[in-house]
Every structure is written in structure tokens, then in C-alpha cells.
Design a protein. Structure first.
Length: 485
């Protein structure tokens, strides 16, 4: 009943706001309470959680070169035109500001195998850059073929029209995509996400490995035809491979609807068997198609934070959205942490002047968030509290708030939708180590309806929350807790 009422109120607010940037969507608010703004997100300019104008970001393919990160991505228009998802690019030196460089590689003719372009990677060999990408057409057989283009400046690309690579026998020709290329000794290696017969007629999601001596002709790697197999996944998409210290890492996106997260495996250099870490998820489902790049000091992972249908908090997620980035750090045992990018440390926190605040089963509300990039940093000491954190949409009479919750009983970092006197629903969550001292440092970066939450420099949770946009925020504790800003 309450859920139906809330949806009706949201719909009413959107109709009333058609010609305004915002308006009240909480008619039950007290006259002196902070008005709840319903900000129209369609067409909004996102600079830090980058989006191209009037379009969205699909699978990012980062590449670092000469002091600059080049983020190639699938350009997502809605509704999709006859040919769709060309490669576009954006560049950044600080991960906070992006330059939109427009189209990099165009789609092919309507009806061709390049009807839509898919994910791939950029590889540099000598003075030549290679962009390996997927050509997709659901009406053709096979649906997917690997193509490539070359460039000398990462701006102008020339397609190789003489060569392409189709799935060999015993690989799924209709699920054959997301190539990543690297060099190993004198041989070039290509990894491809596909499905394959791994024996006894059993088809599984695999990362297949192929080899070449000229970057044009590819054959099954005779020593390691399967770089990785996953007995539980239909497909492991968007693979990314890198070595750091004594360990090699494989990052991929698990397409299974019950999972749909960016995950990783690791192994010691020279070992054949992959290790599945206890915390295999690098984020929850509001961060997808993650791939990495390094400047030689820091390794970052970019993915997309999906928008929601009709840009409403109660709707399903779109494919594609805003660009999001985390930093990966390595533990001595080879496992990875996810933290706020070091590049964001120079940004002033909107919470910097709040001092120390103690809560005892209550809340505290702060000023409305600004229209641009916001950062919130808080050190929290939980005393008797087992659920505490930061809340968004802290406007009106707090009928509906979205709470970033550290839940010690469940050992999770959560985004919860809380209806006053009406219950709590968990929207997103990820495992969070419970500290014996019950001390937690929370860092949040936010712009518009997109945000990423980091706790203790080990765990990240991306969120999409429209009520967060330009509304007051606050803190809460179920029990006693102290917040230091």
C-alpha cells in the first residue's frame, strides 16, 4: 500500500515538474521543513561521473598513454538508432575532470556485421595503437566477430578491412566478444569472452586464449586454449588481465542476473590455478563492465553506474549510465582492496566544518547538496550502534530516506530505502569486514544521482539515487555512535 502511494507521489511530482528544475514531491512535509526537490535527470550534464551530452556511457575501455588516461567507451543513445554503440572517447589527467573527444570508431553499414560495436581493448605495439573490438549483429550468423583498427595518435582510426577473427570450432560463434590483447615473449595473446565445449559436451562460460605472430592471424593457443573457465556463469564478460608484483589478476563481469557484478580471480605468477578470494566482488550491481589501467603508480578501475528507467528510484536499471572509477590496492597476500581514488583527496569535503557529533538512536540533517561534485568524509566510532551511517533525501519530514548503512549484524555495507513507520528495503549491498574496534572511515563522492561509497579503504559500493540530487543529507545511528568530520 505504501509502496503504491510512494510511486503515485513520484509520478505526480514528475508531471508537476515538467517545466521546472525541481519542486516539492512530499505534500505531507511540515511547512517549515526542507522541501524535497525532484530534479529532472534526463539530459543533465555529468562532468565527474562523466556522460556525453544527451547520451550515456557503455562499457569503458581505459588506456594510459603519455600522462593521460584515454577512456574509450560504447556510446549509448536512447532510443538506439539503426546502427549503435560506436566507440567514443574521453580523456582525463586527474580522474575528476574529463574532456569529451567525440567519436573514435564508427559503426559499419546498417545490416553489416558492424551494425553495433562491442567492447574490446587498446594495445600499443611500437608506434602503432590497435583497437580490437567486437562487431555485433543479432540478425546474422554468427552474431559476433572480432575486428580491429589502427591509429598513430589515438584520435584517427583506420579499420583493417582485410582481416577479422571468427570463433573457431567448439566455441560459441554467437557469444564471442570483448577481446583483450597483450604481448608475452615474442607472441601476441588475445583473450576473448565466449562459451566453449570444455569436454563431454559441457558448455561453460570461458575466457579463451588465442595467439598470433603478426596481430592479424589468430589461432587457438595450443598450450592454454582456456585462460579461465567458470562452471557457474553463462558468460564472463569484459575480461581484463594485469600483473602486479608476484600476482596475476583476472577481472571480469559476471553476466548472471542473480550476480551481475564485477569480480576477480588471482594467482601467483607461474601458477596455473586461479584463486577465488573470500571477497570476490569489487562492487555491487551498480558498477558494471569494469576494466583497469595504471599510470605506473596507481591502478584504477572504470565501470558504468546505470541510470534507471524514467530516472526514478523505484524503476529497473538501464544498460549504461555514468562513468565511475575506483582505485585498486594490493594486500601482501595478493587480495585486492577498493578505495576512493587518491586523485580525489585534493577535493574539499562538504562535511569538513561539521566537527564531532554524537547520536543516540536519532538523526541529524545537514544542508542541501550542491549541483556539482560533492565529497563527504566521516570517521565513525560505533558504541552500542549496530546500524549507522549517512542518509540521503533527508528532506521534508523524512518520510522516505535512502540510507548508506554499515550493518554490523550482517557484516555488510548497504543502501537501504527507509519509509518512516513503514519498513526498510535493501537496494544494494556488499560484504564489509567488521572491525573489533568498531571504527569506520566513510568517504563518499557524489554528483547528481550517482555516488560511490568507500569504507576503510577496502570496500566500495556504487549507488544510483535520484532523491539524493540537490536535497539535504544527514547521519543516523540505531544505538549510540560518534561521527567526526
Amino acid at each position: 500500500m505504501k509502496k503504491t502511494l510512494t510511486l503515485a507521489l513520484c509520478a505526480t511530482a514528475l508531471i508537476a515538474c515538467e517545466k521546472k528544475e525541481y519542486c516539492s514531491n512530499d505534500p505531507n512535509a511540515a511547512p517549515d521543513a526542507s522541501t524535497c526537490y525532484a530534479v529532472q535527470d534526463y539530459g543533465r550534464t555529468y562532468k565527474h561521473f562523466f556522460q556525453p551530452k544527451n547520451a550515456w556511457v557503455g562499457d569503458p575501455m581505459p588506456f594510459y598513454d603519455n600522462g593521460k588516461f584515454h577512456i574509450f567507451y560504447l556510446y549509448d543513445q536512447r532510443p538506439a538508432p539503426a546502427t549503435f554503440h560506436p566507440w567514443y572517447s574521453a580523456t582525463t589527467t586527474d580522474l575528476v575532470n574529463y574532456t569529451d573527444n567525440g567519436e573514435a570508431i564508427a559503426c559499419g553499414a546498417d545490416g553489416s556485421h558492424e551494425d553495433a560495436l562491442g567492447t574490446g581493448s587498446v594495445f600499443k605495439d611500437g608506434n602503432t595503437y590497435y583497437a580490437f573490438y567486437t562487431g555485433h549483429n543479432g540478425d546474422l550468423d554468427p552474431k559476433e566477430i572480432i575486428y580491429w583498427a589502427t591509429s598513430t595518435d589515438l584520435k584517427t582510426w583506420t579499420k583493417d578491412t582485410q582481416h577479422s577473427f571468427r570463433a573457431p570450432d567448439k566455441y560459441d560463434a554467437n557469444e564471442f566478444r570483448d577481446p583483450i590483447v597483450f604481448k608475452e615473449g615474442n607472441a601476441y595473446k588475445m583473450l576473448v569472452s565466449t562459451r566453449a565445449d570444455i569436454g563431454s559436451g559441457v558448455w561453460k562460460g570461458v575466457v579463451a586464449q588465442f595467439t598470433s605472430t603478426d596481430l592479424k592471424n589468430w589461432t587457438k593457443d595450443p598450450n592454454t586454449p582456456f585462460f579461465y573457465t567458470d562452471p557457474s556463469a553463462f558468460m564472463v564478460e569484459c575480461p581484463d588481465v594485469f600483473t602486479q608484483g608476484n600476482y596475476q589478476y583476472l577481472i571480469f563481469s559476471n553476466i548472471e542476473e542473480s550476480v551481475r557484478r564485477v569480480q576477480y580471480r588471482y594467482r601467483r605468477v607461474g601458477d596455473k590455478n586461479w584463486i577465488t578470494p573470500a571477497q570476490q566482488d569489487l562492487d555491487d550491481r551498480v558498477f558494471y563492465a569494469g576494466k583497469t589501467a595504471t599510470d605506473g603508480t596507481h591502478r584504477y578501475i572504470w565501470g558504468w553506474n546505470p541510470s534507471r528507467i524514467n530516472y526514478e528510484d523505484n524503476s529497473a536499471y538501464h544498460w549504461g549510465g555514468s562513468l565511475a572509477v575506483h582505485e585498486l590496492t594490493q594486500n601482501s597476500d595478493g587480495t585486492l582492496n577498493v578505495k576512493m581514488p587518491t586523485a580525489f583527496d585534493s577535493k574539499q569535503a562538504v562535511s569538513a566544518s561539521l566537527g564531532s557529533i554524537s547520536l543516540d538512536n536519532n538523526t541529524r540533517v545537514f544542508d542541501r547538496l550542491g549541483t556539482g561534485f560533492n565529497k563527504i568524509v566521516a570517521k565513525i566510532k560505533a558504541n552500542t550502534a549496530t546500524e549507522f551511517g549517512v542518509m540521503f533525501g533527508a528532506c521534508g519530514n523524512l518520510y522516505e530516506t535512502y540510507r548508506v548503512t554499515i550493518n554490523l549484524n550482517k557484516g555488510e555495507l548497504q543502501l537501504n530505502r527507509v519509509i518512516r513507520d513503514g519498513g526498510t528495503a535493501t537496494i544494494n549491498s556488499i560484504k564489509l569486514p567488521v572491525n573489533a574496534n568498531k571504527e569506520y572511515t566513510v568517504k563518499i563522492v557524489q554528483e547528481g544521482s550517482a555516488a560511490a561509497i568507500y569504507v576503510n579503504d577496502v570496500v566500495a559500493l556504487s549507488i544510483r539515487c535520484y532523491k539524493m540530487n540537490q536535497n539535504p543529507w544527514g547521519i543516523f545511528a540505531n544505538g549510540t555512535a560518534n561521527f567526526t568530520f
